[in-house]
Design a binder for this molecule. Sequence first.
Ligand code: SAH
Length: 294
Amino acid sequence: MVHFVGAGPGAADLITVRGKKLIEEADVIIYAGSLVNPELLKYAGSDAEIHDSSRLTLDEVIALMKKADSEGKTVVRLHTGDPSIYGAVREQMDILDSEKISYDSTPGVSSFCGAAAALNMEYTLPGISQSVIITRMEGRTPVPEGESVEALSSHGATMVFFLSAGDIDRLVNKLEAAGMSLDTPCAIVYKATWDDEKKFICTLDTLAQTAADNDIHKTALIIVGKTVAQTGYEKSKLYAPDFSTEYRPIKPSPDGGAHRPGDDGFARTEAERRRWPEGPDEGTCNKNIKSEPT
Ligand code: SAH
């Protein structure tokens, strides 16, 4: 049995409880030594066999898995962040399928969440952006044409660039060529959640210089978009007194106006449907309807 486990972004205590337990119980651990915090290996049993995959090819990783599995051993394949993001797990799983070796997956905290935590940032600010684009600039690995930096930047959404800190000048040029304003807020987070984390808020204009001045060329995320400023947003409907949810009735607001159940996509409960059968379809907005006792 092979367990693919997300190690989290860096800090050893950001692995999941399940991930830690799997490490404790593993006979063989294959970890991505380039980015996984080696401190996590302290959870391994004293007899566990440990391999750093940054020195291995795919075939060599699979050979270790096959050997362990044939001996009835349990393998943990420890990937940085969450394995589903640039984790190269599919190619391993496909070979395990063909070898009839079973496996499962345990998620991890991706570095883009670690970076948001480092900045105390919310990526999805109402009125600014409700989408996060997780992407990368093409390098040795190509990116499909429709996902070019230029194409994706046209949405105005919050963008998180992985694997792109090695050539920030090129990234900035692409964003600028796509029409992005040079005063667009940006952040760069190096080794989010590690002890030597570095984080900077800047603009598109100063991004490349900020990275150069602070010697950041890898293991960093670049966040681009108006949300980085964390200002000018609208308050959440979810906690607005004049907006009901499945869990909380409308609390009348001073002006007597109210959002009705179902506004902005929150599903109406059965009770709410009975109370107001002709209510709006989910996603419509009726701000000026008087609230009723609930
Ligand atoms: N699966 C990982 C991403 C692996 S790709 C995840 O979910 O986070 C490797 C890239 O992730 C790095 O080049 C860098 O851009 C980013 N990265 C990984 N860990 C990071 C960290 N702690 N801080 C900032 N960026 C990180």
